[in-house]
Design a protein around this ligand. Structure first.
Ligand code: NDP
Length: 275
């Protein structure tokens, strides 16, 4: 290892409230890696030039957040299979003379559910609510976890139907309207931005049964509107998306540094910082 720390960062707009610098600093301390992690706020139209500037400084890898996950994909010379399937890139790595694009969001979600929360996904019936970027990034990973059913429902039902059709060759996925969700699911994942405005997607209460596990991709120091709704509806368990954030970061760190951090203590510390 040379004298200077290796350079990584997060690019998006806005980025100032991001927890990623803290998460990667904790990973680096734990695994004894010398890295520096920058926050890069790229105003509209400046994504590509900011990536170029970062690379000119010797940068080795970037996390990419809203609204640039599609722009990032276009810059890459190579994509991992999961990034190609998601149609979006959240991790860039300059490797082997080219720019590799990866997407760690979906596998981060599945790892949080299965490893941290003990949710058994094999043979399960999963409902994914939402048809935006977060939902799209999760579908391939959820199907690889082996459910018997992955239903996608969205306020604008046509988008759920189109998304399900796009992934139909990858597993048992179907698009549904909110009104049709009258049966209890094993797992319900909220991939909408409704919790940002303290709202709950208008799905029937019957979608939650006594053995349903509910997961909100959004996270907060208090239970989100969706998680309060799940508890009131008698769900067996629930969690917010902070674990997904930490797990997708760990997958990026593994790609960049070749070492997988132990996420448990990092998740605990980041959770304490939310209060
Ligand atoms: P998009 O803007 O791409 O999609 C928004 C989705 O939310 C659409 O499906 C939209 O439905 C739906 N929606 C918005 N408001 C409501 C409402 N009031 N009722 C029902 N549906 C609604 O957002 P993203 O997919 O990028 O992000 C979604 C969420 O996931 C965000 O909260 C984000 O913070 C979170 N996220 C968390 C991550 C993590 O690591 N924990 C990683 C990535 C995302 P319609 O099509 O009808 O408009």
């Amino acid at each position: 290892m040379g004298d200077a720390a290796d350079l990584y960062g997060l690019i998006g707009h806005p980025v100032e409230h991001s927890r990623s610098p803290l998460i990667h600093r904790l990973f680096a301390d734990q695994t004894e890696q010398r890295i520096e992690y920058l926050l890069i706020d790229a105003p509209p139209g400046r994504f590509q030039s900011e990536v170029g500037r970062f690379r000119a400084r010797g940068g080795l890898g970037l996390n990419v957040t809203l609204p640039y996950k599609l722009d990032a994909q276009r810059l890459c010379s190579r994509l991992t299979q999961r990034a190609a399937q998601a149609g979006a890139v959240n991790t860039l790595a300059w490797q082997d003379g080219g720019l590799l694009g990866d997407n760690t969001d979906g596998d981060g979600l599945v790892r949080d559910l299965s490893d941290n929360l003990g949710v058994d996904m094999r043979g399960s019936r999963i409902l994914l609510i939402g048809a935006g970027g977060a939902a799209r990034g999760a579908i391939g990973s959820l199907l690889r976890a082996g459910p018997v059913e992955l239903s996608i429902a969205n306020r604008t039902a046509d988008k759920a139907l189109a998304l399900a059709a796009e992934f139909s060759a990858a597993g048992p996925v179907q698009g549904r309207s909110f009104e049709s969700l009258e049966d209890g699911f094993d797992i319900i994942i909220n991939a909408t931005s409704a919790s940002l405005s303290d709202e709950v997607p208008a799905i029937p209460a019957a979608a939650v049964g006594p053995s349903t596990f509910c997961y909100d991709m959004m996270y907060s120091s208090r239970p989100t509107a969706f998680l309060r709704w799940a508890t009131a509806g008698g769900a067996a368990g629930s969690a917010d998306g902070l674990g997904m954030l930490v797990e997708q970061a760990a997958e990026s760190f593994l790609l960049w540094r070749g070492v997988r951090p132990d996420t448990g203590p990092v998740l605990d510390e980041v959770r304490r910082g939310l209060d």
